[in-house]
Design a protein around this ligand. Structure first.
Ligand code: FHN
Length: 414
């Protein structure tokens, strides 16, 4: 486990005695799968600036290419995502089996992707598009029964003179970071929690220079407006309702805490045209199951284009995960870590007295060796009962006649 200021899994919060009894977390604990969306002005350059490919994740292009604020701002003039379709995005989340959707209201580039009275630098006021996509998405998510949630970069803001991170336009030593938090971040967070209906959770990021008071004040502000809205661990200073793992890093072991891993479907968060390193559906499902088997949630990202389109490889993969979940969701949603941990060929999840054995790598002889006594075994998909025999302290499931699911075959054990 790590305890870095990047908001990774935090031992302090993990050990809060009331963490597992707080009913506000029930939906989150049962959800296990969420869809993340990184969408902003950075989708226009899509990883290249002045004809040069810029290394790293797409949404960091302003910092990586040291683009002056005045120049980056001009991207807004050309941001017109006419193909944006909130209904399609919410429907994709629902079809993928995601129970919540988290979208960037403001990322580190400082551009507000929602209607804000605090700034002119927003999608409504500074672009030809003029619409508030967050209103449309909030409504679409409600129609699809997907919890609507916001990402908000509270510390890094490369556009605001007081925000963290921009040392090419602004003198770090002269920054009024607290002024930025009090007069910009707080009013914006208030807007997000006031104008878009019920918000499942608010996802803060890279806490870095946040003081304990600043983190606490933001948590209190969130809860003063929406008492049941969750706050993720990257609010910083050991606060927040649940712990956040490092990006794309699933802990090695089961954790006795509520946690989530944010994850990329290729190697970037914001759209980057050259990044075609897509994970396969089998990799994605197995990562989701790995999280569930250790008590965590998998928050899988898509990065829409500047036209407002989610790239088709992402859509295909989301559909594939959804297809697997439609047949096997019982073994993921609402489950808790399974009794057998550390298997190198699979994972276990559990609900009540039922254990779900997830087989990733099928044994060549079709004999599944399980530590402990297994009384009955049947395939989750189709319900076929499988013969079992005792062998020493363990049990062997005879699965020679099974045609395995190439992604993950789930066997129900009692
Ligand atoms: O810097 C960000 C990054 O752009 C992205 O938003 C990820 C998602 O977890 N969070 C930060 C890095 O950890």
């Amino acid at each position: 486990m790590t305890t870095t200021n990047e908001g990774a899994i935090r031992t302090g919060a993990d050990q809060r005695p009331d963490a597992r009894h707080d009913a506000r977390l029930d939906w989150f604990r049962d959800a296990r799968f969420g869809m993340f969306i990184h969408w902003g002005l950075y989708a226009i350059p899509a990883g290249a600036w002045r004809g040069q490919e810029i290394a790293g994740i797409g949404e960091w292009i302003m910092l990586r290419a040291r683009i002056p604020v005045a120049e980056y701002e001009r991207l807004a003039d050309g941001f017109n995502p006419v193909r944006f379709d909130a209904e399609a995005w919410a429907s994709l989340a629902a079809q993928a089996g995601a129970k919540y959707l988290v979208i960037t209201a403001k990322h580190h580039d400082g551009f507000s992707m929602f209607d804000s009275q605090v700034t002119e630098y927003s999608i409504v006021k500074a672009t030809p598009f003029k619409r508030d996509p967050m209103q449309e998405l909030a409504a679409a998510c409600q129609r699809h029964g997907v919890k609507f949630c916001f990402y908000y970069s509270q510390t890094q803001d490369w556009h605001h003179p007081g925000g963290d991170g921009n040392d090419w336009d602004y003198d770090e030593a002269k920054k009024d970071f607290d002024g930025y938090v009090q007069n910009y971040v707080k009013p914006q967070v208030r807007e997000l929690l006031t104008n878009y209906g019920p918000i499942g959770l608010i996802w803060f990021d890279t806490p870095k220079r946040m003081t304990t008071d600043q983190s606490r004040e933001l948590v209190d502000l969130v809860h003063s407006i929406q008492p049941v809205c969750l706050v993720n661990g990257r609010i910083g200073n050991g606060l927040g309702d649940y712990a956040e793992s490092r990006d794309n890093v699933i802990p090695d072991e089961q954790l006795h805490s509520d946690w989530e891993v944010p994850a990329t479907i290729n190697d970037t968060w914001g759209y980057k045209a050259s990044d075609l390193n897509w994970k396969s559906p089998a990799q994605l499902v197995r990562k989701l199951v790995d999280c569930a088997s250790k008590g965590g949630n998998y928050l899988l990202n898509v990065g829409p284009t500047a036209e407002g389109v989610i790239p088709s490889p992402s859509i295909e993969r989301m559909h594939a995960v959804g297809e697997w979940l439609r047949a096997n969701g019982e073994s993921v949603y609402g489950t808790r870590p399974g009794p057998i941990q550390g298997l190198d060929w699979g994972r276990t999840t559990q609900r009540g007295a039922t254990t779900f054995l997830h087989v990733f790598e099928w044994p060549t002889d079709g004999q599944l060796k399980i530590p402990g006594i297994v009384k009955s075994a049947r395939l989750l998909a189709g319900g076929t009962t499988l013969p079992i025999r005792r062998e020493g302290d363990g049990s062997v499931i005879d699965a020679r006649n099974v045609t395995p699911d190439v992604i993950d075959t789930v066997i129900v054990l009692d």
